[in-house]
Design a protein around this ligand. Structure first.
Ligand code: URA
Length: 257
């Protein structure tokens, strides 16, 4: 029994009158039941377009519930972890060479997998989830989800080379799609790509004569976090999952559990 909810308010799943709204919100990641009660009292939650009252029950199969206008329908058994991958860990569940893996850094969860991969030497944001639909959509080339990287090379990159990186670089698996590239400081670049080919950024910079010294992914679609320490993770917030789902054209956030 939850410590926050007195026994007489705690309802079993599948009650014919529906479930208490704060419980439904808490299960979908909007905070503790207490926090969700506050959201309801502040008038930020609507059920079928009406402002919800504390204590109301909802039928999660039928009722349209929104918080601040955002639909809440993330399935409760799906997890979404955002990891700041440190250099030296591999994006694989079982490494035959026994190297540290990104799965050593997050809670164990059935079906958990990485959304795409980062090379062993690459650092930065990596999403791990058991939501195969989201993974498929985020990584599918046709969806074009942006990935932004900071790149450190040994010397300033010429404007000609930057133009080549922007326009497309001939690699052995074909020309790269147009990218956004800037050089905020000599030798430090920002690149936004929307493909996910193997070692793509490193190969692009190799091709223009600037091997990468350090590569950090700082954004995946709308997901960024410059406070997450290397090696740490956090759960994505429900609105972040919804934004990411929208960025890859996935409407699953609107599904009913
Ligand atoms: N591009 C690379 O070269 N490596 C990564 O890990 C990701 C993108």
């Amino acid at each position: 029994m939850s410590e926050e909810v007195p026994w007489y308010l705690d309802d079993a799943d599948g009650s014919p009158e529906g479930e208490r709204l704060q419980k439904v919100l808490a299960q979908r990641g909007w905070g503790s039941r207490r926090t969700c009660e506050i959201l309801i009292s502040e008038g930020r939650v609507t059920v079928n377009s009406e402002v919800a009252e504390l204590g109301c029950r909802v039928n999660i199969d039928l009722d349209e519930v929104h918080v601040d206008g955002v639909p809440i329908g993330i399935k409760p058994d799906l997890v979404y972890f955002l990891l700041n991958k440190p250099e030296g860990s591999v994006t694989t569940a079982n490494d035959p060479q026994g190297r540290p893996t990104v799965f050593d850094l997050v809670p164990k969860y059935a079906g958990l997998h990485a959304v795409g991969r980062l090379d062993m030497a690459t650092e930065g944001l990596l999403i791990l989830t058991n939501d195969g639909n989201l993974t498929h959509a985020v990584t599918h080339p046709s969806k074009g989800v942006e990935k932004e990287y900071l790149v450190q090379v040994s010397s300033a990159v010429s404007s000609g080379a930057i133009r080549t990186l922007r326009d497309g670089v001939e690699l052995e698996d074909g020309r790269t799609s147009p990218a956004r590239v800037s050089q905020p400081e000599p030798g430090i670049l920002r690149i936004v790509i929307h493909e996910g080919r193997n070692r793509q950024v490193r190969r692009m910079f190799d091709a223009v004569g600037h091997p990468v010294n350090r590569l950090v992914r700082i954004r995946i679609g709308p997901i960024r976090d410059n406070k997450l320490a290397p090696g740490s993770w956090r759960a994505l917030e429900t609105p972040e999952v919804i934004e990411l789902s929208k960025a890859c054209g996935l409407e699953r956030y609107a599904q009913r559990p």
